[in-house]
Write a protein that binds this ligand. Structure first.
Ligand code: SF4
Length: 178
């Protein structure tokens, strides 16, 4: 059987092709001691097919801490002892942060909030912030506000949010349920 990294080298690096589902599963299950080899290959694929340039993104927390969810690993949950205090920024602070990001060379500015998903009130605040930023700063805007409904995703797109980020995190004991 051909080694999975040899397959990945030929398809992704040499031919610029994607791997199929079975091959990707093999890559995900690769032995820990082969990770440096895998990372080196991933780096070569990036350099060859995407070049050396990177995009910078500025990030600001619109709402930090005080989340009502009980994710035990997260310092932003309000249910456990944590040095993270609940803080909410106002629109001017967001515009200033976006300006700073642009000055530092960022092409994108991401608005994040410690929530399971946004309320309409939070989405309204984001809409106001996006409008204010777009009036003063030449930067793409992205967001990370937890789990969205389709309608909320559409609302964000309509306001001019061009990219959405969502981390998937849970305790290892829940992995088989995903
Ligand atoms: S929902 Fe997100 S922000 Fe809230 S406690 Fe869980 S991981 Fe943290």
């Amino acid at each position: 059987m051909t080694d999975i990294l040899d397959i990945a080298r030929e398809k992704a690096l040499e031919n610029g092709e994607g791997l199929n589902k079975d091959e990707l599963v093999q890559i995900l299950n690769i032995e820990d001691e082969r990770l440096p080899e895998l990372l080196d290959l991933a780096h070569q694929v990036r350099i060859k097919h995407c070049g050396v340039d990177v995009s910078l993104e500025g990030i600001i927390s619109l709402k930090t801490g005080g989340c009502p969810e009980d994710c035990h690993f997260c310092s932003q949950s309000g249910l456990f002892e944590s040095p993270v205090r609940a803080v909410t920024l106002d629109i001017n602070e967001l515009v200033e942060a976006a300006k700073q990001s642009e000055k530092m060379g960022a092409s994108e500015f991401c608005i994040v909030a410690a929530v399971k998903g946004p309320t309409q009130q939070l989405l309204d605040q984001v809409a106001e912030a996006v409008t204010a930023i777009q009036e003063e700063v030449d930067i793409s805007i992205s967001a990370s506000l937890g789990i969205l409904t389709r309608d909320q995703a559409r609302q964000l797109a309509k306001m001019g949010v061009s990219r959405y980020n969502h981390n998937f995190e849970t305790a290892e004991s829940f992995f088989p349920a995903w």
